[in-house]
Design a protein around this ligand. Sequence first.
Ligand SMILES: [Zn+2]
Length: 147
Amino acid sequence: MLYALQVAGSQNKTTAEKSSYMEPLLSRLRSRLFRDGFRFRKYDDRYPGPPDIALPKYRIMIFVDPCLWHDRSECKRKAFPPEMLRIWQDAHATQWEETLEDRQRLVDEGWTVLSYWECRFCDNRRREKRLKAFLSDVRRAARLSRQ
Ligand SMILES: [Zn+2]
């Protein structure tokens, strides 16, 4: 099973704050999928997260995790001042473990969970390449789900 799990993610509580500024990126990912013939659900709240994109037909869930969740030294976006990052991380630190457990549970239930950091798609020069890679991840997961 294809399984790409990275650290941390969103909880129900944070979906609103997350979606407000990540919506342009998520729309771009969704429209790529749509053009490729995939049909999906947004924020399906029957599942933990909820997933930014769910493809029930192939049992695929896609999460795009805000850069706030990870160590900014690894991230080129650096959109948030350090103090805000610290406060945010402190406030949500206890949710990290739970989020990982939730995603593991989804995998145990037979879902393929694809997780990406927001900054993966933020570099203008690499964006097209990364979007293509994203699409091929989904295609591959979809193929595997039918085996
Ligand atoms: Zn990042």
